[in-house]
Design a protein around this ligand. Structure first.
Ligand SMILES: [Zn+2]
Length: 171
């Protein structure tokens, strides 16, 4: 009888954080803590994720594992930008964002994780491309007659006429 093989040493750290797409077909995990977490205000990420800005958790690829649904991922390679974005073909959730400038790191939208990732998103990148309609925490008040709807009061007293090209504040 053969001797049982010694157990293969686990590469996983003690703690993992699991992420999933909205339909649940694609699941992955990273070892915690992640490398870092950052807000991406680039126009490309804004479009790709359909949001004001994207918040990513960066993980070493060696500390990242697909758990399910890898075959469901569809890749979009932007050769000019040197980026690859992978999303779930079933539900459209953006799952992976890889950049040629950081080949050892894979970025995963923070929103895909239900649990903590060991890093707070303290860093902002591509702020020069930030959308001017991004809500930046301005005070909100309830909108009269619409329960559950909050709104930010306009900064200007008088709104410019719809057909005016310039408002005095912008001139
Ligand atoms: Zn999905």
């Amino acid at each position: 009888m053969r001797k049982p093989k010694p157990p293969v040493p686990e590469k996983r750290s003690a703690v993992q954080a699991e992420a999933a797409c909205v339909c649940g077909a694609v699941r992955l995990e990273i070892d915690v803590p992640a490398v870092w977490a950052w807000h991406d205000h680039s126009e490309a990420s804004r479009r790709a994720q359909g949001c004001a800005y994207a918040t990513y958790v960066g993980s070493w690829k060696s500390r990242f594992r697909m758990l399910a649904g890898e075959e469901r991922l569809t890749r979009f390679e932007d050769r000019k930008a040197g980026t690859v974005r992978s999303f779930c073909a079933a539900c459209g959730t953006p799952v992976l964002y890889e950049r040629a400038r950081s080949p050892a790191i894979v970025n995963i939208p923070r929103a895909l994780f239900a649990s903590r990732t060991g890093r707070e998103p303290r860093y902002h990148m591509n702020l020069t491309e930030k959308a001017d309609w991004t809500w930046a925490g301005e005070p909100l008040g309830p909108l009269k007659g619409y329960p559950g709807v909050m709104w930010a009061r306009p900064k200007r007293r008088r709104e410019p006429l719809p057909d005016s090209l310039f408002s005095p504040e912008e001139a």
